[in-house]
Design a protein around this ligand. Structure first.
Ligand code: BTN
Length: 263
């Protein structure tokens, strides 16, 4: 397979066939963070996709950074204005779209990425991709969905702090990946899953999300602010909250937090 060193807008947009996502695609060599840049591009409209070859201040969840070296990963943000006052499940939608895009792209039975609540994409070797959804300020109603995927990294490309915790598509499959083709798959799946959610609602999304996870029935520790909760991950409820059975036997539903699976 011939690798494309640069991310070509025309190749990304060619016959995409999407309804909303990818209405406009902007590609940058290097930005601080595609999410931050997307927030400044709200006026360009829904479905705008911003992609960077590298990020100098890539952001992860809970104030962490996202390792974003040039030429290796996918760093992509999409702008949306969901027509509902309850768009919290869109973070789950992005996870379903991400994992579906990866599975469709690799299409090998041995490659089985799965979701960890709320929207990490993992394999048994480590974290492959992460999602950071952010509001564009106050009541504006605009949402940025930011997705980072480790694509052509080798183990040595990750900093020591991520050793043994992060993996990449190339490390999983043993072959270099055409980032443009994977970006196209991601945009198509985002478009599909978003419209499915608009049409069928959160219950259907929760079912799909649940089909892509391995965490139910496992012991987890959930950190919310300064509080730690230990228990068993049971299921998602109808709103997409994680239901945990605590040691006391009672169930508690979480709408946010950091989940760690016990080894
Ligand atoms: C996580 O912590 O798992 C979320 C990582 C999200 C990273 C992506 S890369 C594109 C977008 N721009 C950012 O600064 N962050 C997100």
């Amino acid at each position: 397979m011939s690798l494309q060193p640069t991310l070509s807008v025309s190749r990304i947009k060619e016959n995409l066939g999407t309804r909303l996502f990818g209405a406009e695609v902007l590609v940058f060599d290097e930005v601080e963070s595609t999410n931050d840049l997307a927030k400044r591009h709200v006026g360009r409209g829904e479905g705008l996709i911003l992609i960077a070859d590298a990020q100098t201040q890539g952001k992860g969840r809970s104030g962490r950074s996202w390792h974003s070296p040039g030429g290796l990963g996918i760093y992509l943000s999409a702008l949306l204005k969901p027509p509902t006052p309850h768009p919290a499940p869109l973070t789950l939608m992005a996870g379903v779209a991400g994992v579906s895009a990866l599975k469709a792209f690799v299409a090998r039975p041995s490659f089985e990425p799965f979701l960890k609540w709320p929207n990490d994409i993992l394999t048994h070797n480590g974290k492959l991709a992460g999602i950071l959804c952010e509001w564009c300020g106050g009541e504006s109603g605009w949402l940025v969905i930011g997705i980072g995927i480790n694509v052509n990294h080798r183990a040595a490309d990750f900093p020591p702090s991520l050793a043994g915790q992060a993996t990449s598509l190339q490390m999983e499959t043993g072959a270099p990946i055409d980032r443009v083709e994977l970006i196209r798959s991601l945009i198509v799946h985002l478009d599909r899953e978003y419209h499915n959610w608009l049409l069928k609602g959160t219950a259907d999304l929760v079912k799909k999300w649940s089909d892509h996870t391995e965490m139910f029935g496992k012991k987890i520790t959930l950190r919310r602010g300064d509080s730690l909760f230990e228990g068993t991950a049971e299921r998602l409820d109808g709103q997409g909250r994680l239901v945990v059975r605590l040691a006391t036997g009672s169930e508690m539903a979480f709408d946010g937090g950091e989940a760690t699976l016990s080894p």
